[in-house]
Design a protein around this ligand. Structure first.
Ligand SMILES: C[S@@+](CC[C@H](N)C(=O)[O-])C[C@H]1O[C@@H](n2cnc3c(N)ncnc32)[C@H](O)[C@@H]1O
Length: 291
């Protein structure tokens, strides 16, 4: 069924009615292409092809996207590829530097095609793309100091509590390949907070700050998961919905889209003894600022 919207009626994005409806399905399977080296260095990067789909649903060209847990910069790559502006904040210098390099490379590639546009008499768009090395618990201060405009959309994947610090099985494989096995030793990295409630409080502070720098009616997508630790599930995804929808700076929960990872290898967890799930999905939680 082809649903036609007049362009002026589409307040949110530049998709056709058909594309819009397709994206509103609450689950999806996404099989990203194999990762390049710079991304492999980060133990928890998300695919930019996935971020791009969200960015293209929740913004129009030229609008501003924020990622307060930037990592190696997937969100900014997705922004450049879809002609959106983007600002990313990353507390660990090593990741911020990799993000900066990846952004420079993609922009340089784009400059090559700009020359072609100019010969065709077209003016290439100039996008604000910025990597900030800093702590997202100070976002509003960072915005003030840099004179950044308010954000149209935020998409991010916070640390899954201190999961990576503890994930020895995964560490072993990565360490053998000479790859990083945890985010950092940085005390400002919220992934280093061992107390679960303390971690949730730190997350709430970051998303309060995101709220302050976001336009009214702007959307937020948080990619996260529940975490299995010490024989039980810590419902991080569900707690994220709960804490973000609490005052002050209440984000209105709108939905979840479930990312099904059907390319994830199954591990022999608890076989013949007990239930331990092979978690092969993640939650993309959707919120909106409604004042
Ligand atoms: C799950 S990773 C994000 C990965 C990213 N989506 C990517 O594709 O590379 C979370 C990131 O948040 C960063 N982080 C943790 N605490 C932070 C803070 N207080 N401010 C900014 N970044 C922080 C970590 O260093 C880590 O790189």
């Amino acid at each position: 069924m082809e649903v036609k919207f007049k362009e002026s009626r589409n307040k949110l994005n530049e998709l056709s009615g058909k594309e819009w409806i397709k994206f509103t399905k609450t689950w999806f399977i996404h099989r990203p292409l194999p990762r390049e080296n710079a991304k492999l260095l980060h133990p928890a990067a998300f695919p930019e092809s996935l971020v791009k789909e969200f960015v293209e649903f929740f913004t129009k060209r030229g609008q501003l996207v924020l990622d307060p847990f930037l990592g190696t910069g997937s969100t900014l790559i997705a922004c450049i590829e879809s002609n959106r502006c983007g600002i990313g904040v990353e507390v660990v210098k090593k990741w911020a530097d990799i993000a900066e390099k990846r952004v420079e490379n993609i922009i340089a590639q784009k400059r090559g095609s700009e020359h072609l546009l100019k010969t065709m008499g077209l003016q290439p768009e100039r996008l604000l793309i910025k990597v900030i090395h800093g702590d997202s618990r100070n976002l509003s201060k960072i915005w003030q100091e840099n004179g950044f405009p308010l954000v149209d959309y935020c998409i991010t994947s916070p640390p899954y509590w201190n999961q990576l610090k503890r994930n020895y099985m995964r560490q072993k494989g990565r360490a053998e390949k000479g790859l990083a096995t945890k985010y950092s030793e940085d005390p400002n990295d919220v992934g280093n907070i061992d107390d679960y409630d303390g971690f949730l409080k730190a997350l709430k502070v970051v998303f309060n700050e995101v709220y302050k720098v976001t336009k009214n009616r702007g959307y937020l997508t948080v990619i996260t998961n529940n975490v299995f630790f010490n024989g039980k599930i810590y419902p991080l995804a569900f707690d994220t919905v709960r804490i973000l929808s609490e005052e002050p700076y209440l984000w209105v929960p709108k939905d979840e889209k479930i990312w099904l990872q059907d390319d994830k290898p199954l591990l022999p967890l608890g076989v013949f003894t007990a239930w331990v799930g092979n978690r092969a999905h993640q939650y993309c939680l959707i919120f909106r600022k409604e004042e």
